[in-house]
Design a protein around this ligand. Structure first.
Ligand code: HEM
Length: 124
């Protein structure tokens, strides 16, 4: 018999759709308030982006088995991002998880998954 906790995806452990939606909304509020990086989003349709990010995170955390958005590499390749940009976005996400009282172990899992996208985001 499998333990209950072993069966649950990270997505479910975070609290499923309402929790991931709330986190993505708060995350982009922080990104848009962050003078280091908000200039990247001047011409972005934020409602669309927020929806795509919800889709992506749902997939990345094991909520869906498919992601139908653009590849992260393609989506970021013309932005000329550097490591400081990536770190600033990661910090916004970390602050979001902290503010929403996500348990520390789950925060670590989220940050590991998001950290694993770095080479694609920075087009390395
Ligand atoms: C930290 C990991 C990151 C993840 C997981 C991520 C995820 C995404 C996703 C899922 C999209 C939508 C792709 C699509 O159109 O289908 C997107 C678009 C975008 N991302 Fe990221 N991103 C990350 C880092 C960054 C960073 C560091 C920046 C800049 C500081 C950035 C700026 C943008 C912008 C400006 C767009 C939208 C471009 C447009 O207007 O269409 N992203 N990102």
């Amino acid at each position: 018999m499998q333990l209950e906790s072993a069966k649950k995806s990270l997505y479910e452990q975070l609290g499923g759709e309402p929790a991931v939606n709330a986190a993505v909304d708060l995350f982009y509020k922080k990104v848009l308030n962050d003078e280091r990086i908000n200039h990247f989003f001047t011409h972005t349709d934020m409602d669309k982006l927020i929806n795509k990010q919800k889709e992506f995170m749902t997939y990345a955390f094991g909520g869906h088995s498919r992601y139908e958005g653009q590849s992260l590499r393609m989506a970021h390749k013309d932005l000329d991002l550097i490591e400081d940009d990536f770190n600033a976005v990661a910090e916004c996400l970390n602050d979001t998880l902290e503010e929403l009282n996500v348990p520390i172990q789950l925060q670590a899992e989220v940050m590991t998954i998001v950290g694993s996208t770095k080479a694609d985001i920075l087009n390395m």
